[in-house]
Design a protein around this ligand. Sequence first.
Ligand code: ATP
Ligand code: MG
Length: 589
Amino acid sequence: MKPIKLLIDLAKKYSWPLFWAILAMVGLVGAQLVIPWIIRSLIDSLSQTPLPSDIIDMVTRLSLVALAVFIARGFMQYIRSYQAHVAGWGVVADARKLIYQHLQQLSLRFYEDKQTGQLMSRLINDTELFERTIAHAMPEMFVNILTLVGVMVILFSMSWQLALLSLIPIPIIIITLIQYAKRVRPAFIYRQQELGTLNAILNDSISGVKEIQAFTREDLTMHRVGKQIETYLESNLKALKLMATYTPLYDFAAGLGQLIVIFFGSRLALQGNLQVADLVAFFLYLDSFYQPVRNLSNSWEAVQESLAGFERVAEMLNETPDVLPPEHPIPLPKPVRGEIRFENVSFRYNPKEAFVLENIDLEIPAGKTTALVGPTGVGKSTLVSLIPRFYDITCGKLAVDGIDVRDLDLYELRANISMVLQDVFLFHGTIRENILFGKPDATEAEMLAAAKIANVDEFIAHMPNGYNTLIGERGVKLSGGQKQRISIARAVLKNSPILILDEATSAVDTETELLIQQALDRLIIGRTTIIIAHRLSTVRNADQIVVLEGSTITEKGTHDELLAAHGLYYKLYTVQQNLTLIPAEEAHN
Ligand SMILES: Nc1ncnc2c1ncn2[C@@H]1O[C@H](COP(=O)(O)OP(=O)(O)OP(=O)(O)O)[C@@H](O)[C@H]1O
Ligand SMILES: [Mg+2]
């Protein structure tokens, strides 16, 4: 998608508000041009000798016209301002929704090398630039051209000589503006970048305040923050200094225009070639003459800045997910059994990196429990993340109930899998809302049952508001084990045929683990369950234990079979047994 097309697509919906805004703006230009004309007519009449007989009536009439113009102007200002903003902010809101909707569809791989801050900035700041273009710059460009033409016609109709002379400052104004754009604008952009850096440093320092205090690094961070505040101040003052240089230059050029009118206009008037009323009108119109030139340049800059924003947004909207849903999805057979089969599957996160998983041949039978064990970093979490297609396998075949996962409807596939992820993420909200995330339309009884299985009810009793207790950003007010239990409850409530527990009970004590284990034992009957655990005591009852070692499967079997095989499982198991036994033995001595 091209940035311009995006702009047009977004603005189309707001044709009517834009139409009203522009119409009101045209009216405002008219009003702006009428007022000096009224004053001119007034002076014209007052300076006649003898005065016309109906002079008082005329003054009243002119006052009434001025009153009508002022009232109409107020009304049109309202229409212009409100309707233009309806369009401008409407486009911003639509763009934000569009981006967020798109972001949700992008695969995890997209998020890996992105900073949350960057994406937020694109969603919020880049779209905010659209408002300037739609609500201000584009209508203003139109209006300023109109004003410029209008004023020019009036000036030339009054005195073509003086009108020509008043054009002299225009090139100076344009040169000043070009220089301004070339030098001042980048200084402000640089200032903005420094502000971004300051934000990032502050964000880091405030989020990491616990670490800073624990390591007593207050001085170091204060120095870092202080230095950046200074840098920002410098860049800010530099930009403001440049601006302070150019603004008087522009004003001088505009002043030059008045000088010309004073110098030549008075001479023309003395020669009888210009009426006094016209001379006054010239002064009054002069501002409306130079101002549009300046406005046009500002608007043009705003449009360009917005276009850069549109470009960045379009770029993001052009980003395609690398996990694509199939064109003609095959429906899963009902009821879903949940048999999973890996056939010679290999996987790497990045074409440039080594394979994380190689030649995985694994049958995970329906309704049974399969445990995945192995050293840290071997690829256990990676293996299970392939099942809901968080990533697509590099080669081989992965099927659920005999159908290649790439032929299944992505939504249907994921709807049939409940996961407790290794890094628990809870949303800001109440505990109830977080559990209901697994099934928003669940009844209270269902929710409570899930909470009981996950042993959430045990600590809920101590919470001030029970299930309505608000948990902060990332659930900061909960312990690691409590968070894990809520995430188990959430997965249990989803009640799908496939259940994946990745280190689901690693942060709870052995007693709680046993309680959850017992509850899960009841739950996992008839469900395909995959358990990843380092604590091998939790997996000994699994129907099948799979040992991953060095990117591939080295052992497979039941607990007893693997112990008998005297392989890695045996080694890990005996080490863990001894670790738990030693303190007990020491206690005896
Ligand atoms: N998103 C990613 N991009 C690139 N490499 C990754 C990514 N996630 C994990 N890895 C790498 O893949 C390998 C396997 O990681 P994985 O998280 O699957 O291990 P694990 O067996 O679950 O370990 P643990 O027991 O510590 O949870 C690691 O070497 C890790 O560095
Ligand atoms: Mg893991």
